[in-house]
Design a protein around this ligand. Structure first.
Ligand code: ZN
Length: 185
């Protein structure tokens, strides 16, 4: 087992090596903490393209549903986490979450229409679409299953009812932005 001094030596050495070819990480070194939570960085060169592809290969369309479900849990948690902050700073929860998505580099999203409980959300620069564009030159169908799940969890938490969702435009298909439609069930 490594003691604290040995772990520090390994960290110091890692920093020395990294400094040879990469600038200081603006999010901190070794352990990235933002807004009191730990994060890891993954390159869109392989995430989520490889995961999505493998899930689809093994489970078919059910693979997309798995990503969607994972995203939905995240969306529900994001709502729980940020709705007090939205009240505290007197910002609409939808705008606050859009700002959080931008801050963490997931994409720039906005509710462009909200009528009779139906939401239309546009997202620019989706990290999921970006991954497919880089690795696959794009896709023939929408690929942002995780983000659709996140948005779905958020919309359901805000509206306190169940929704069905679809992605009707996707940057991976060559569209300018991804478009998500949420309709009450
Ligand atoms: Zn998309």
């Amino acid at each position: 087992m490594l003691d604290k001094r040995e772990i520090k030596e390994i960290d110091d050495n890692a920093r020395k090596i990294i400094r040879k070819f990469a600038p200081e990480n603006p999010c901190g070194e070794g352990r990235i903490t933002l807004l009191k939570r730990r994060y890891v960085m993954l390159s869109t060169d392989y995430f989520p393209f490889d995961l999505t592809k493998d899930l689809e290969e093994i489970f078919g369309v059910a693979g997309d549903t798995l990503l969607f479900k994972g995203g939905k849990s995240v969306g529900t948690d994001i709502y729980e986490r940020y709705h007090d902050l939205a009240e505290k700073y007197n910002v609409d929860i939808r705008d606050l979450i859009s700002a959080v998505g931008y801050y963490f580099g997931w994409g720039t999203g906005k509710v462009v229409e909200r009528k009779d409980g139906v939401y239309k959300i546009h997202m620019y620069d989706s990290f999921e679409a970006d991954s497919f564009i880089k690795r696959n030159g794009g896709a023939k169908k929408p690929v942002c299953h995780f983000l659709r799940g996140v948005l779905s969890g958020l919309v359901e938490s805000i509206e306190k009812r169940e929704y069905k969702s679809k992605e009707t435009k996707c940057a991976a298909m060559g569209d300018e932005y991804c478009e998500f439609i949420f309709e009450p069930k």
